[in-house]
Design a protein around this ligand. Structure first.
Ligand SMILES: O=C(O)CCC(=O)C(=O)O
Ligand SMILES: [Fe+2]
Length: 306
């Protein structure tokens, strides 16, 4: 991994907001991916989330299946998801995951308190902290697009946003002869921004230009303590492809790999439509306006082959 790609670094706590906004713009135009540092999500909390995640995935499969995914929350077993929906031959991705959605409703599923006493509070705290980092980041993204800082607040995106934690485990001990090469097959994320933490085991790759064939894939180096942030498809639609929703995938690891993704999707009724600053007579909107929930439901349906 010595020649792995180093991404641009964005400092979320820098007092110079305009210069930070400029570096975000550059990173989103060039890569659609960057490292986020000084995000104020404590190291101890991140460590606890990985410990609790490890503990949950170590449970017997029967126990995990008691919390099987409902209403987009809960456990998905190995091979349940196929992120590359264009790839017809494989059975699904060899990873297991657990989703925790907005804390404001009662739809989340939690392991029994007596089995995992600090699970729920750890995940709830992480949800709140990362959402607040994402909210701050979105205000800088608004600035970077020459919009008012509170643009995403004003369009309702941040009123009860559909924000999800996805805990992930990619097993390292799969049958070496099995056909899957990828732990997570090639995909782009659906929402505005994703904030990813990993345990440092390599595997993440990005394809910077999805229109060039054959595709060129580059390894992404992890940076201890930093989030790897990437732009999702709704932000790509908002910016009329100025900001890229970059294709990425995860190679099947040689040892167990754990990661925690945080997907920031707008409020379910928020309309995502081309920003005025991103279109002109010579650069027409490439996508029609969509309602966030309709768009997400369609993407999730394809991922699960429903
Ligand atoms: O596990 C990773 O490093 C990436 C996960 C990912 O891309 C996703 O869950 O959308
Ligand atoms: Fe992803």
């Amino acid at each position: 991994m010595s020649d792995a790609l180093q991404l641009p670094v964005v400092d979320l706590s820098s007092p110079d907001r305009f210069s930070t906004a400029n570096s975000i713009r550059q990173a989103c135009v060039d890569h659609g991916f960057f490292y986020l540092v000084n995000h104020r999500v404590g190291e101890d909390l991140v460590k606890k989330v990985f410990e609790q995640s490890n503990k949950f995935f170590s449970l017997p499969i029967e126990d995990k299946m008691k919390l099987a995914r409902k209403n987009y929350r809960g456990y998905t077993a190995l091979y349940a998801e196929k992120l590359d929906t264009t790839y017809l031959s494989t059975k699904g991705d060899p990873k297991e995951s657990f989703y925790i959605g907005p804390l404001s409703d009662d739809l989340n599923q939690w392991p029994l308190e007596e089995d995992m006493p600090s699970w729920r509070t750890t995940m709830e705290t992480y949800h709140q902290k990362v959402l607040s980092a994402a909210t701050k980041l979105l205000s800088l993204i608004a600035l970077s697009l020459k919009l008012e800082e509170d643009f995403f607040v004003k369009v309702g995106a941040l009123t009860e946003p559909m924000a999800y934690i996805r805990l992930l485990r990619y097993p390292g001990d799969l049958d070496p002869s099995s056909e899957e090469i990828y732990g997570a097959s090639a995909h782009s994320d659906y929402g505005t921004v994703t904030l990813l933490m990993t345990d440092g085991v390599p595997g993440l790759q990005i394809c910077r230009d999805k229109s060039v064939q054959p595709q060129v894939w580059e390894d992404v180096a992890s940076m201890s303590g930093a989030f790897v942030v990437n732009i999702g498809d709704m932000m790509e639609r908002w910016t009329n492809c100025l900001f890229r929703s970059t294709l990425h995938r995860v190679l099947r690891p040689r040892q167990d790999r754990y990661s925690v993704a945080f997907f920031t999707n707008p409020n379910k009724d928020c309309i995502v439509e081309c920003l005025k600053s991103c279109c002109s007579e010579s650069c027409l909107p490439r996508f029609p306006p969509i309602k966030c929930l309709d768009y997400l439901e369609e993407r999730v349906r394809l991922t699960y082959g429903l």
